[in-house]
Design a binder for this molecule. Structure first.
Ligand SMILES: [Zn+2]
Ligand SMILES: [Zn+2]
Ligand SMILES: [Zn+2]
Length: 121
């Protein structure tokens, strides 16, 4: 049997295309990664959240901007927003409105300074 490189390449491209189609299906089965509930949250993940690791953004295991990328359900994203809002207000009260993330110096004035991105899964 003759070996045809372009056929082989075509077959591989087909495999890649199939994997790309399957990947979004796999996301459907990912559960919320919220860690604040006892035993974890069992809801289906709905959002990808990018959270700045305030006060620890120079630690390993984060992206180049010091963010954690996690999957949350809709309710937990709302709860996260409220928690961040509360913490930012409290920090700004003690620092007279000049709260910032110590390792990188990024200002912390808005929820979006910590919760940097929320994308649909
Ligand atoms: Zn959740
Ligand atoms: Zn939660
Ligand atoms: Zn930082």
């Amino acid at each position: 049997m003759s070996y045809n490189w372009s056929e082989e390449a075509y077959r591989r491209m087909g495999e890649v295309a199939i994997k790309a189609q399957l990947a979004p299906l796999d996301w459907q089965h990912i559960t919320c990664q919220c860690g604040v509930h006892y035993g974890g949250c069992r809801n289906q993940g709905a959002k990808i959240v990018v959270i700045h690791a305030v006060g620890a953004c120079d630690q390993p295991g984060l992206d180049e901007d010091g963010n954690r990328v996690e999957i949350r359900c809709t309710q937990c994203v709302e709860q996260l927003r409220r928690e961040i809002d509360y913490k930012i207000r409290r920090l700004n009260r003690v620092s007279l409105g000049r709260a910032c993330c110590e390792p990188c110096g990024a200002p912390l004035g808005l929820v979006s300074d910590v919760l940097r991105e929320v994308k649909d899964l």
